[in-house]
Design a binder for this molecule. Structure first.
Ligand SMILES: [Zn+2]
Length: 285
């Protein structure tokens, strides 16, 4: 299998399907994780080729076949997938066997789910991206995991902290035991926003918004979502040394990754995958 470092992640490839992993999460033997790329699917035109977003105009059967190919290459059981229903809010849903297939082979059953958590090895969490920030959570003590979708609206609403709190309630997770990875998304190099966005963050003085906003020409700002999310996680009790940031900008890498801004919205979608292994699987039985 090919393995090439990119940013703070590793690019892996099998049967022409490419995906990214975090070294800090590869070391955790109780879970399996991946972040998709544009490579290795069967979609054509503006969706070429690994599009994992339903409902953007790519035929459903094509997207489903992309999932099958991705799962076969990256090692996830296709039947175990359960997807979010993202709308830039902070609803976190705990899922288990009953939700297998939701949002993939079965219709969505909820309107708003931007975060998924589980400790059940029978499901694989799936969340979608194309510039927004993916947050991966791992609690090795309680063998629990989570995925959170955090664009600027989710970030200003404290999505990272919502995930930490909900995992504490559901699994007894202690923030200082959590490992968190901040995935590929649009970087401060490319992410221009206007004054209204800066104002939304300005009231959260404890986060020191000046540390993640940069002045840009024409009354605009550039927003560093990675640093904003990192600060929110630390404020929620996650230890700085337990946070990994991919440092990979989707817009700068738009040949490898889907970027909403780079494509003007004519695009497919990336997905994050995260699953807890059973103890038997972990021990290789
Ligand atoms: Zn960039």
């Amino acid at each position: 299998m090919k393995q090439i470092p990119i940013g703070e992640m590793n690019y892996q490839e099998k049967d022409s399907v490419g995906w990214l992993t975090f070294p800090a999460f590869e070391r955790l033997s109780f879970l399996h994780h991946a972040f998709s790329t544009r490579l290795g699917g069967i979609s054509s035109g503006e969706f070429s080729s690994m599009n994992l977003s339903f409902g953007r105009g790519d035929p459903r059967e094509t997207v489903e076949e992309n999932y099958r190919r991705f799962c076969a290459a990256a090692g996830f059981p296709f039947e175990s997938l359960t997807a979010s229903a993202q709308d830039h809010h902070t609803v976190v849903r705990r899922v288990s066997a009953a939700e297998r297939g939701v949002g993939i082979t079965r219709p969505r059953d909820r309107e708003s789910v931007d975060g998924l958590i589980t400790d059940d090895p029978s499901v694989t969490l799936v969340t979608y991206y194309a510039d927004c920030t993916p947050l991966f959570f791992a609690d090795p003590i309680h063998r629990a995991v989570g995925l959170g979708h955090s664009g600027w609206r989710g970030t200003v609403a404290g999505m990272g902290a919502c995930m930490v709190r909900r995992m504490a309630v559901e699994f007894g997770t202690r923030p200082e035991e959590l490992l968190v990875a901040i995935g590929p998304s649009i970087g401060a190099c490319c992410y221009e926003v206007d004054e209204a966005v800066r104002q939304e963050f300005a009231v959260q003085e404890a986060l020191d918004p000046d540390s993640f906003f940069y002045r840009a020409p024409r009354e605009k700002y550039r927003l560093d979502l990675w640093e904003a999310n990192r600060r929110i996680l630390i404020q929620a009790g996650v230890l700085p040394e337990h946070i990994t940031t991919a440092g990979i900008c989707t817009q700068c890498n738009s040949r490898l990754l889907w970027s909403h801004r780079a494509t003007g919205g004519r695009r497919g979608g990336l997905a994050a995958f995260l699953r807890v292994l059973s103890k038997e699987e972990e021990n290789g039985d």
